[in-house]
Design a protein around this ligand. Sequence first.
Ligand code: HEM
Length: 407
Amino acid sequence: MTHTARVTGYHNAHAALCDKRLVQSMYSECNVLMERVLLTLHGDAHTCRRAIEWKLFRRDFARFYEREIYPNTLAQTLAPYLSSGQMDLPEFGFRVNINLSADIAGIDRPEGSAAETDALVAYTRKFSEGATLFHSTRDKDTVRREVGEALESFKHAFFVPSRDRREQMLQRVGKGELSEDELPRDILTVLLANRQEQNLDDDMILREVAFFMQAGSHSSANALTHTFHELHQWCLSHPEDRERLQNDELFLQRCVHESLRLHPASPVAWRTAGEAFTLPDGTDLAEGESVVIDLMSANLEAPLFGDDAAIFNPKREVAPRIPPFGLTFGIGIHTCFGRDIAGGLGTASESGQAPHIGTLSNLLKSLLACNARPNPALAAQLDDGTERPNWGTYPLLIGATDGGGKS
Ligand code: HEM
């Protein structure tokens, strides 16, 4: 049996995630989706792809999205749930973030209908099952086949029309009929514009777009549910904070960060040593040896987060220069593109604008304002399709009365 090294503690994990000699290895289980997408690329190929895509994620984008686009998306997605008086929180989380994912990935929604959203949610949930296949409890060949079928169907229903529209626009830019500023600002456009230099074929571009669809929704939907649960528990023992959560945005964001620290998207990151070398903790690695980076242990390190690091406490003091969410968004080579969008920045901008609190805090603010609360008749259940400790269902009542819709 081959040996696997384990990296524990914040600083060791941080160093390992930044070390170019360690190669991503957690996603090769599902090559049908993940082969040569950004998250699985390494070295120059990763640097080049990341450089062209990162341009879309400048800080003004997160702020612009939160101010201009998200409120509308949120209101539209919330409306039917408010009428029915109930929702399943993970399902709502996916649904509301699917628009963010599609905008970033470059998938058009010409109908703007509920059926179109349903289809995109179903495809994206399947892509997420593929991306997290490493931790799946289902038969892996079955999941691979389902992901392949979903990808093929998504290709015809959404990808090809979105690609064709962008290719036509790029041709018009080439002829001088359109300026570059008029092009959509999304991953698909960036990849089509750079397909020669980056040696990208159609299947590769399809996989990258599908990967971005799931990256933009999956972790946020899980984080939303975990945070709601933590807030609910916190308010039972700290009823005096219930009102503060609705009036103090930065306190709410602090709660989101605290929950993110306790519930990283994956408790571990896996890498393979690209060459023989010694880790900062003194562990010798042979070339090809597997390394598991224990993000959970990093996020619970008592000298950084306090002796009560294992429990939810949004009022904790965190050591200087350590992010309150620990390593939940990764760090170094594969640092998450969506960190500022999902988690916000939390500081007032130079122009004196309100702080950018992130999509998660915005979602929770709306849910709390609508009196969202656990449905006493339906118990929340963990997701039994994955080893990751996520909620599979989390039924809520929403609106003013326990009987159903908004009064
Ligand atoms: C609560 C929400 C989220 C969490 C906890 C999260 C977490 C992570 C983590 C841990 C990684 C690095 C994985 C590794 O090092 O192996 C990552 C990478 C990534 N995330 Fe997120 N993510 C979130 C939301 C988003 C959103 C909204 C987007 C939107 C586009 C996104 C896009 C990406 C991309 C593209 C990468 C790959 C970066 C690279 O490989 O260079 N994520 N995310």
